[in-house]
Design a protein around this ligand. Structure first.
Ligand code: SF4
Length: 144
């Protein structure tokens, strides 16, 4: 395993659709390193909701330990970089936020709870291979 015991501090860079993945994470991922890093990021954010998040549309602090992240792009599948960036853009539009801007994690959570319902989640994440393992999907599906 790579050393993923990075000490997170200050601003954390999160691609917009990963705001949803963070809520849905059940401990599954692309590799042991990926899961370890994502768990650390979630733990860090949960320690203090006022942590500042920079919202982006490219590889982020979660992608950092993903085996599909190469040269700043997502190579999970053919055309994945384009597809995943389109997911980021949908989240940005639904939440009414901006690319390359900073928000408290708390503010992003508030927007998510106010603005993302099951239909919007399906529109954003309908093609995601993890959807049946996503806590957010299961929760909104039960509440619809
Ligand atoms: S699959 Fe792509 S978007 Fe998802 S974590 Fe890996 S590099 Fe990032």
């Amino acid at each position: 395993m790579k050393n993923t015991s990075k000490e997170f501090s200050g601003t954390i860079r999160i691609r917009a659709h990963h705001i949803l993945c963070i809520q849905g994470f059940k401990g599954y991922g692309y590799s042991e390193d990926f899961v370890h890093n994502m768990t650390e990021i979630i733990d860090y954010l949960e320690t203090n909701h006022s942590i500042v998040v920079e919202t982006i549309k490219s590889t982020d602090d979660i992608c950092l330990y993903c085996p599909h992240s190469k040269k700043g792009q997502c190579h999970e599948s053919k055309d994945s970089d384009k597809r995943i960036t389109a997911m980021d853009q949908k989240v940005i539009e639904y939440l009414g936020i901006h690319d390359n801007n900073t928000y408290s994690y708390n503010h992003l959570l508030k927007l998510l709870h106010e603005k993302i319902d099951f239909l919007k989640l399906k529109d954003i994440c309908g093609d995601c291979s993890w959807i049946e393992n996503c806590n957010l999907y299961l929760k909104l599906n039960n509440n619809k």
